[in-house]
Write a protein that binds this ligand. Structure first.
Ligand SMILES: C[S@@+](CC[C@H](N)C(=O)[O-])C[C@H]1O[C@@H](n2cnc3c(N)ncnc32)[C@H](O)[C@@H]1O
Length: 241
């Protein structure tokens, strides 16, 4: 599939797929979107509640590594340790990574950004004192983790082009992968996405969206709520067995 670079609203680049008329990030600002949806509404929200010292994050669609990079920058001057798992079936090519201007725009280390990409797949890598990255090259449908993550950054291509990734089947996997009390954040606010999340057990909030988008979604796996089970005795009347 053909790939082009696009300058987004905040000056940061993204990759555009003309055949799908889809890009890796919002045209209104790649960094602005990632910062708003994943860092502020996800990571910052999560630590504000409980101030945990270690946090595990799963990213659905590692792509350019922008979300991982912003997460690494976020935790670098805070007293916390993040284990970050990025799942990606079609890694971005090395020559494309070279062109991305995320370090320059964030006024951060380009070496650190490149390291996110140069570390081997499938093995945990200590990118910084406070940040461990594991990149997994596989399909989202192959995710079968159980209660391992505090936060999921759900950053697949949109439901218009990949509807199969926004289904109850995938969100059930996400729900299982989260620890009780965990959250999933996504830039999509589509009604069908919200309903699929709710059907799998998430308590869903509609939040103000990033530049150019009215809303986004945050789903919580509320501790103690077990979906699909009645916790009281539901033996039918008259059944004495
Ligand atoms: C919206 S982009 C991710 C953007 C990324 N978070 C970033 O910051 O650059 C969606 C990503 O999902 C990947 N992808 C698409 N379908 C997939 C699938 N079925 N399994 C795993 N990865 C997939 C794409 O290759 C792409 O990198």
């Amino acid at each position: 599939m053909k790939r082009e670079f696009l300058i987004t609203g905040d000056g940061s680049l993204t990759i555009h797929l003309p055949e799908w008329n889809e890009q890796y990030h919002s045209k209104h600002g790649a960094i602005a979107e990632a910062q708003h949806v994943f860092i502020e509404s996800g990571l910052y929200h999560f630590i504000s509640d409980e101030n945990p010292k270690t946090i595990s994050i799963l990213e659905i669609g590692f792509g350019t590594g922008l979300n991982a990079f912003l997460t690494l920058l976020f935790c670098s001057d805070r007293n916390m340790y993040i284990t970050y798992t990025g799942v990606e079936a079609y890694p971005v090519m090395a020559d494309e990574i070279e062109k991305l201007n995320y370090a320059e725009i964030s006024m951060a280390s380009a070496t650190l950004f490149k390291e996110l990409h140069s570390t081997p797949w499938e093995v945990p890598a200590e990118i910084a004192n406070s940040f461990q990255l594991t990149k997994q090259k596989k399909y989202f449908s192959e995710i079968n983790n159980e209660q391992e993550f505090d936060i999921i950054y759900f950053d697949a291509f949109g439901p218009r082009v990949q509807p199969e990734l926004w289904t109850e089947e995938i969100f059930r996997k996400m729900f299982h992968a989260l620890k009780p009390g965990g959250i999933l954040v996504t830039y999509s606010a589509k009604g069908s996405v919200r309903r699929a999340m709710q059907a799998t057990g998430f308590t869903v909030e509609r939040l103000p969206g990033p530049p150019g988008k009215r809303e986004m979604l945050r789903g919580s796996k509320i501790a103690g709520v077990i979906t699909g089970l009645l916790s009281w005795n539901c033996t039918p009347k008259g059944n004495t067995s």
